[in-house]
Design a protein around this ligand. Structure first.
Ligand SMILES: [Zn+2]
Length: 323
């Protein structure tokens, strides 16, 4: 029995001793692991902190950029607004906010050539239907294009600008607007049923200025739309694609026709020019070819002087400039 007990104790000791050593080792491993883990956690934390720092830096940078951008935008918007307070003043001058369609009293201020930026164009009506084009029509020059619409249809400003004229003309444009734009153009909107924009109001391209109608000299609801430079009508369909609602070119270069006496410069040349031109009233049976032959000129020169095409219809009573 005793021997047995001793043996048992011994064997137990034999087992326990290495076990405790193993436990110690395990503890050491655990401690190392713990240390490693804590080191790892620390470094991870510092990486995170670093990441946070970078993110904060990025955020600050972004915020700064955004603030600068918004400031720039603000300045730009302010400049644009200032521009719209007096659009194209460099051409028209300060005292050109008059109530006549043609604001130019002194033709010598009309530049010989001028680049008109058309990129900001927005179609004045949404849907383009049939029209009556620019050009000679029923013995008169049709200075714009007629765009069919329904009465009450919104009519929009073609460019940013400022309303120069808001008026009513029973025998002509009906309720109409003339808007001056920073690109130098003035646009006219006629036969409206309702006027929404006020005189002197600053409008943005696409803003609804009125509703379409049939007022003034008009047969059927339509928008009579003109684009003028220094009071001189340009062919809107040459400048704009009304179906697409886009300009036909980014820049249109206006060139002054020196041949027209009233656009000629003052001074000797002007007098010389004036003596070269005279007004001819078309008689019954006249044709462009006949008139050209009678006045020793060509149909092409006649057309150029009168801004018309060879196929333009002339009628008795029409006035033509003869070179
Ligand atoms: Zn018209």
């Amino acid at each position: 029995m005793k021997i047995k007990k001793v043996f048992a104790t011994l064997s137990l000791a034999l087992i326990v001793a290495p076990l405790s050593a193993m436990t110690q080792k395990l503890d050491t491993v655990k401690t190392v692991e713990k240390e490693t883990l804590s080191m790892l956690t620390d470094s991870l934390n510092s990486v995170e902190l670093l990441a946070d720092k970078v993110e904060i830096k990025n955020l600050i940078h972004k915020e700064k950029v955004a603030r600068e951008e918004s400031l720039e935008e603000e300045i730009k918007a302010k400049e644009e607004l200032e521009n719209l307070e007096a659009p194209a003043e460099e051409i028209y001058g300060e005292n050109s906010w008059v109530q006549s369609i043609n604001p130019i009293r002194n033709a010598s201020i009309i530049p010989n050539t001028y680049d008109i930026d058309l990129t900001g164009f927005v179609a004045p009506i949404k849907y383009y239907r049939t029209n009556s084009p620019y050009g000679w029509r029923h013995r008169r020059m049709h200075n714009g294009v007629d765009l069919k619409l329904y009465t009450g249809e919104p009519v929009r400003a073609a460019f940013d600008g400022k309303v120069r004229i808001k008026r009513y003309n029973r025998r002509g444009y009906g309720y109409y607007y003339v808007i001056r734009h920073p690109n130098g153009l003035e646009t006219i909107y006629g036969h409206l049923s309702k006027q929404i924009a006020k005189q002197g109001q600053i409008v943005k391209a696409g803003d609804i200025i009125g509703l379409g109608g049939n007022t003034g000299r008009s047969t059927g609801p339509h928008l009579h739309f003109e684009a003028r430079f220094c009071g001189i009508p340009l062919n809107p369909q040459m400048l704009f694609d009304f179906a697409e609602g886009t300009p036909n070119m980014d820049t249109y270069t206006f060139k002054r026709y020196k041949s027209r006496s009233h656009y000629a410069k003052k001074g000797k040349t002007s007098k010389a020019n004036r003596s070269h031109y005279r007004v001819y009233r078309v008689r019954r049976g006249d044709s462009l070819a006949k008139i050209a032959k009678r006045h020793h000129t060509t149909v092409a020169r006649l057309c150029k002087a009168n801004r018309m095409s060879k196929r333009s219809v002339i009628r008795p009573g029409d006035k033509l400039l003869i070179q």
